[in-house]
Design a protein around this ligand. Structure first.
Ligand code: DX5
Ligand code: ZN
Length: 213
């Protein structure tokens, strides 16, 4: 299991210290929740924060864009060192997707497509072959510390089955309300990447990550 701690829940007054703990924790990815105050009712950070983390860690930079215009915002985060850009299916029209995918491919950035809990899973079907990862949200995006939506389990299972039927193996990432217990549910349903914010940073970082790996 790949664990991607979300820096959304980090104590920014202790960024260096907590990043060092993450480096030693067994986590492989670092998850950046970018919010624009439009797509979600919260505002987070721009590309300079990512550049700061680049100096502190070699963990894989997984950028989750919760923004109305992922085409525009990608152009800030790709040059800043994003290694994966995940954008929301709810934020784009079908015509916008090919150009954005081309831009990510040309820059060697992995491509992720996220879906909110209430969006029909079928909306992912036309894109199964086009992405390196699918992100099943297990909370309404916008804030850390929410409760895991139990419907996510069936959505992970269904998506995994569709991918198996197509003979493809994209990563399935789950984000929201992940702890040791819900992480196990996701693992058994077929997830490969767990994002965890409050669970990691409200506990001993190393121990929390190890309970998810
Ligand atoms: C929510 C974000 C999550 C958030 C998860 O909109 O996408 O990545 O950090 O936080 P927890 O693990 O606290 O639910
Ligand atoms: Zn996220």
């Amino acid at each position: 299991m790949i664990v991607a701690p979300s820096v959304l829940s980090m104590d920014y007054s202790r960024m260096r210290e907590q990043t060092a703990e993450l480096n030693a924790s067994g986590a492989e990815w670092l998850h950046f929740d970018v919010m624009d105050a439009h797509f979600v009712p919260n505002l987070t950070f721009g590309p300079d924060i990512l550049k700061g983390f680049n100096k502190l860690t070699d963990l894989f930079k997984d950028v989750h864009l919760m923004v109305d215009d992922p085409t525009e915002v990608s152009r800030y985060f790709v040059p800043a060192g994003a290694q994966m850009i995940t954008f929301h299916i709810e934020a784009v029209t079908a015509e916008k997707i090919p150009a954005l995918l081309r831009y990510l491919e040309e820059n060697g950035v992995k491509k992720g497509l996220a879906i909110k809990p209430k969006t029909p899973l079928e909306e992912l079907k036309p894109y199964l072959h086009d992405f390196d990862m699918f992100l099943i949200m297990s909370v309404e995006p916008g804030f850390g510390g929410q409760k895991f939506d139990p419907n996510a389990e069936e959505r992970i299972r269904t998506l995994r089955r569709w991918c198996d039927e197509e003979g493809i193996h994209p990563w399935i990432q789950v984000d929201g309300g992940i702890n040791a217990e819900t992480g196990k549910i996701c693992r058994e349903a077929g997830a490969d990447v767990l994002v965890a914010g409050s669970y990691v940073f409200r506990n001993d970082i190393g121990k929390a990550v190890k309970s998810l790996v």
